[in-house]
Design a protein around this ligand. Sequence first.
Ligand code: C2O
Ligand code: CU
Ligand code: CU
Length: 461
Amino acid sequence: MFRRDLLFGGAALLGAAGLAHLGSAMAPHGVQELVVQQATYQLRHQRTAGMVSLSSDAPPPVLYGRQGQEMRFTVRNTLDEYTAMHWHGLRIANAMDGVPYLTQMPIGPDERFAYAFTPPDAGTYWYHPHCMTMEQMAHGLTGVMVIAEAEDPGFDSEEVINLRDFRLDAADAFLPTFTARGAARGGTMGNVQTANWRKGPVYDHSAGSLVRLRVVNTDTTRIYKLYLDGGMARIIAWDGHPVSVELPVPRAGAPLLLAPGQRVDLAVAMPVEEGRQVGLMADLPGQPPRLMAGLRAVGSGPQRDLAELKPLARNPLAQPDLDRAELHEFVFGWTPEGDAPNDGFCGTLGYTFWSINRTAWSGDAATGTTPLAVLERGKSYVLRLRNESPNLHPIHVHGLAFVPIASNRRSLPPLWTDTMLLLKDEVIDIALVADNPGDWAFHCHVIEHQKTGLTGFLRVT
Ligand code: C2O
Ligand code: CU
Ligand code: CU
């Protein structure tokens, strides 16, 4: 059985098939130490060196917490470069958001930083560095966070699938994490697609049982096109938050776009026949459909029905008042070639290609950067996100959740999110209540775009 570390922040859900073992890093008072370190792992044929994880020979573990309960982490940096840890999608205090220079100083070699926060929302979230972001994420440091509902939603088991690519050469050594050509266009794609760092892992679940499948795209670049093969299913949450509308289950020919940073939770009814499988499939350009991960029915149990599940409890999200909302516009596009951003200790790619409102981010460590907008705490806003480029951009806002209300290209279901995929030439209006004070990073989650200008921040005062 594949080894997985399940770290618990309180009495969390147990993983599937009883394969949980308690992480060794649990110190007194519930503080978990997360040691950012070099790792090696066999991703393909041979072991790949130079990976970055939280242990020397395994993917970053799933971090478990519970809605409304405090989580504490000490991040210790054993690399010889800087880092900082960000908790993607969690609406927590600004000082704990992990953005270098904006909310904290980068964590140097041999330094630590104590994070403590209380997730207000249940759901599927994730964590990744926000300093040396390109290098450390591309080399492995992307992990999932599961925040359990205060009340057990009634699944028999769950499975967490962390989708991401690596860029390896024929000898399974890392290729450069990006190319200038990619950074100026759609981003540089990896060539080894993995789920939990494995190629098409298959996980056993009881025949007839109800499984919660949490799928997270933590890749630096790829917009995954996913669908389910076999089994009855329902989409129950999107980007952490329960969905209140019926969404079509993605099937062959009608896949779901899951952009970097986005998550989808599915309720899956396992087949009753032992050995039958439900496949999480990906459409990859120029390739036959790929099994990213499978759920295999084992044993025999009572057949449960999706209808037995009651809807997930809503997260405490403030409803924007659209009649009073103030409009702010943001344009995402190219920028005339400029100076490389001043990223201080947090890594520059050496180019500027992208911009927000025609201004490229001058760098994490640049002095005198000003917010793209100043929002008043408690007020409602509509942000108009305009993509004037032919490339797709998953636009992410830290610390706040928002809901799309209009698009010039499609009808969008009202799904609460923190990361909105903008299609070519698309203009999307999103609405939010500025209810969390602080300076919140606002950027494209294609990391090459983020690091070459498509970054800024919103200030909530
Ligand atoms: Cu998931 Cu600013 O990032
Ligand atoms: Cu984030
Ligand atoms: Cu982008």
